[in-house]
Design a protein. Sequence first.
Length: 494
Amino acid sequence: MEEYITANQDNNNNTPNTTSYQTIQSANNLAASTLPTQNSTNQSPLQAQDPEVYNLIKQEEQRQQHKLSMIASENFFSKAVREATGSVLSNKYSEGNTGKRYYEGNEFIDQIELLTIARAKEAFNLPDDWSANVQTLSGSTANLSVYLALLNIGDFIMGMYLPDGGHLSHGWSYTPKQPADPKKTVYYGGKNKVNISSKIFNTISYKVDPVTKQFDYDEVERIATLQKPKLLITGGTAYPRNIDYKRMKQIATKVGAYYLADVAHEAGLVAAGAVPSPVGIADVVTMTTHKTLRSGRSAIILAHKDIIKKINKAVLPGLLGGPFNHAIAGVAVGLKEVNTPQFKEYAQQVVKNAQHLANELITKYQFNVVSGGTDKHLVLIDLTNKNVPGRFFSKALDHAGIVSNYNTIPGDLKPPLNPSGLRIGTPWITTRGMKEEQITQIASWMDQVLKICQEDRYQGIKFKDFKIEIKQNIEIQRIAKEVKQLCLQFPLDI
Ligand SMILES: Cc1ncc(COP(=O)(O)O)c(C=O)c1O
């Protein structure tokens, strides 16, 4: 969801495209003034050859170092993971599966892929008759690979309603300016088939319960029984609660559907046992590797060996050419970290931090946290009682050094570009070593930023003016300095 929103955001705001020449030039000037001067002998190859790109990367490093990255889908990878992903492995073509490649010279690539699969089996405690595909490039292509493997064009797929926290790749379409009827528990999509999943399949979305904002399994069962989808999907970008995988599998079995559990967000928490696992229950499990799993940018598909055989064919020749061997190696290195007691502690702390954040926001500052809390790594805030739109709050927080994203909330009547909520998560700051004490401070800063947004001078103001004025606010600048001080106490190993 956040990708869909941000992809459109700049266009709507008419802000310059970041690749424009002027932007790069001003970035260079800025970087040149903030970076230590180095003589040409100790310049890195990139710095010497392409200072424009080098300087932009340096600035991004500083941004990551000095701000609290609290976008729930992001994390900070170890130097070892980044070394693998930046290695010569990206030079090699290896279409096919291990031992059966279409090109020569894959003896080491094969070993890396087999190692990654073995580590995935260990991390997710796979049953003996399950296996993994580690070749898809991202969560969206992982889902598409599953559809290609198991479905025919035009089949019905049924996933969670996007504005309630589902994902684009689970079949999203809409009609502009025609929000779904809030009284209906099912959504049949609209005219704009914005994702490939809705272009080639028929889609139905189930919603969360309007009161609890949690899954209503009886209602999911009723809709599935009526519609008889070929694939039932769970998982999403902004659903803070655990899912009853057994119940969903029962529903899928009853209606003759496959059940896909997409754990893109919580994969690391699943591996660490911090939340329940769908492995061995769902027919297929997909995940991204770059969120809570902290293993570089890629995806993994887990399923019974018979299904994995079909998925391997859907990946190649169905969807991809050569796999990203550097990304697969990054996943192998990340999974070695995942298979340690330290990672288990990390994942537990991610959840404790998110739960502490939710509690602080609710009890001390009267925020309306969707579903009353969280079981995972993210907190979804309904801002309607605060009378500050999500987009304004997330922009103000960013200037204060706390990076999150505006988000729809269940039943939101506002559009995705100007929704009523904010999503915030703890995976990255927990990687920095932050715990409850720091979360207490962060919650206080969030409340301070919110109160600034509520000041009279920002009421009725247009967003394009707000984002300039809030940046100049002295109190916001004071918080940004305090945030930076905290970040420096928990430095990133860049
Ligand atoms: C539930 C879910 N599935 C799939 C994806 C897509 O992953 P990617 O961005 O790697 O394509 C996401 C990304 O946020 C997600 O949250």
